[in-house]
Ligand binder design. Sequence first.
Ligand SMILES: Cc1ncc(COP(=O)(O)O)c(C=O)c1O
Length: 424
Amino acid sequence: MSLNERAVSELRAEFPALQETAGGRPLIFFDGPGGTQVHRSVIEAMSRYLTEANSNFHGAFLFSHRTDETVAVARQALADLFNASRPDEIVFGPNMTTLTFNISRAIGRTVSSGDEIVVTRLDHDANIAPWLALQERGVIIRHADFNPSDCTLDMASLKMAINPRTKLVALGYASNAVGTINDVRRAAELAHAVGAWVYVDAVHYAPHGPIDVQALDCDFLVCSAYKFFGPHLGVLYGRYGLLESLPAYKARPANDAPPHKFETGTQSFEALAGVKAAVDYLASVGRRFGSEFASEFPGFEGRRRDLKVAMSAIRTYERGLCQRLVAGLGAIPGLRIYGITDPARFDRRAPTVSFTVDGLPPREIARRLDQANIFVWDGNFYALAVTKRLGLEGRGGLLRVGLAHYNTAEEVETLLGVLADMPR
Ligand SMILES: Cc1ncc(COP(=O)(O)O)c(C=O)c1O
């Protein structure tokens, strides 16, 4: 069976939050980019951990052994999701921002004054500010621009910003503000050509498509489990040799080997139990509803293959929904979409559609949609450089509709109807 409306209604029944109502009417969750809802198995796994294993790790007793096992299986799950070559390339932390500051601090201990780092104006500030912080060590920051007309990364500008002094190129896999998917593989080629590392923010991309750190040839890739149906937790992939060589800020008794040296303090073990369940849920989507993609990944087996199949099915389903959304929004007078609108180029966009409406501030639209039980975000979403470049900072920013695989065509139609009827 493929991932169609019937399959999605089956999946929706497994998400407790999607069964919630307000005023007797269903809720429509269009804020996946801010945080997705969680699958029932995630809640159960977290609860089970807290009941049957709650303790610190590396101790001599049963619950501690269970905690060690919880960490090990979570690491393997994420290695499978990213197609990492080994589980100890996976570092856990509270969230993407904290992990990125950790790595930037570590890299800061290795830089010399005059070294350069490239960031992009299409990125969330969590992949800009940690690199700007290295200016205090004499690092020069260069900014790659994007094309305001369709919000795609300007690859010529990126290429120009990279030179033999470049130490690292930081870019997003997909923009959480306007949905653009970047050519990360090409960016990695440009960076590696001058001996620089590539740091990829895959937070926004992760719930929408397959990730393969080996195929991308990236040095670091970071994301957040709460954006892919898991709990509040950050996950970082780092090339093993790099993690090994970078000097971490850590407590002295903590293990000196990667990934432990970057996992400061005690982890949220219940969240690790939850993220493993989230990965298993995604793999199950592949097994249950990915038949049309099942033969496409001959080199992959088991959960790695199921995940590739699942994310391919999810990408295809979401693309259909996104087409309907973009077409419907485009028909509303005075509404302007920022980002790719040509369906022929939708392989370069996530199903996250941001817009402005003449005469209606984004916050006002979000408030009125809330009255119709439709949850969306407004503002700059911390993608400050995007709203600044588009001239929208200080003017309320954008209204963002973020679709996930549990959303339906009916929900999109409801949104379009409410927007079309919204008085100005
Ligand atoms: C693209 C992107 N990068 C980074 C972040 C920051 O993630 P975290 O909340 O895990 O620090 C977000 C959060 O919205 C995001 O959308």
